[in-house]
Ligand binder design. Structure first.
Ligand code: CU
Ligand code: ZN
Length: 237
């Protein structure tokens, strides 16, 4: 990014230098064109145009969870949404996990949720590849290692902030997938190779591809998830 910034600055300087004495010089036009291209690239990386040209500075995405076509019919059939919001360009990612279809008992094991590398559902959730791991590190330090979720009455309703993944720039999660697993994530403490790759979280129950959306879903679900939290607090006091 620093390289891009210095390139933009350098081009701007050289282009403005040319303007003063060689207005008709073809090299001026070339500099101008290159500068425009670099600026456009910069803009598209960090300031994507929002749907409906919304200007609240936020980008929103949704992932519509569907049971894997490869999962047995007797396994939980998980549906719902994982929603994302992020302020450009350096805001931290927030997410709402709004999922249904898990067993109704409240003492079941946690369920791991991760971002997987590919948005390919051609073979159910089995074709989404491994964990999205752009920095070649061990699990659970991948950007989409969201940890374990403990359903209540068959539902997951969770709002998380300050997540490590991003929707901007070269490591954007857009177009990749979210996967919910049958089992709990061992968070890299399983003492085997798979633990450092995927947390031994077992079968892939359901998955979805992350796509851009407007803010309506986010606002609708956020108030529901945070209202529930408030009601929970009231109950305890
Ligand atoms: Cu996973
Ligand atoms: Zn991972």
């Amino acid at each position: 990014m620093l390289l891009l910034l210095s390139l933009v600055t350098g081009l701007a300087l050289s282009a403005s230098g040319v303007t003063t004495d060689k207005e008709t010089d073809p090299s001026h036009k070339l500099f101008h064109d290159i500068r425009k291209k670099v600026n456009d690239l910069w803009q598209s990386l960090f300031y994507p145009v929002m749907p409906g040209n919304e200007t609240d500075g936020m980008i929103y995405a949704t992932c519509e969870m569907k049971p894997s076509s490869k999962i047995d019919a007797d396994k939980p059939q998980v549906t719902g949404q994982v929603l994302f919001r992020q302020c450009h360009s350096y805001g931290r990612l927030e997410a709402i996990f709004y999922l249904d279809g898990l067993p109704l008992n409240n003492n079941q094991s946690g369920r791991a949720i991760h971002i997987h590398e590919l948005g390919d559902l051609s073979n159910g959730c089995d074709s989404t590849g491994g964990h999205y791991n752009p920095f070649s590190v061990n699990h659970p330090r991948h950007p989409g290692d969201f940890g374990n979720f403990f359903p209540k009455e068959g539902k997951i309703r969770k709002y998380k902030t300050n997540l490590f993944a991003t929707m901007f720039g070269p490591y954007s999660i857009m177009g990749r997938s979210v996967v919910i697993h049958e089992q709990e994530d061992d968070m890299g403490k399983g003492n085997n190779k798979a633990s450092l790759e995927n947390g031994n979280a077992g079968k892939r129950l359901a998955c979805c591809v992350i796509g851009i959306c407007n803010k309506n879903l986010w606002e609708e679900k956020l108030s529901e998830v945070t209202d529930k939290k408030k009601r929970g607090l009231n109950k305890r006091t």
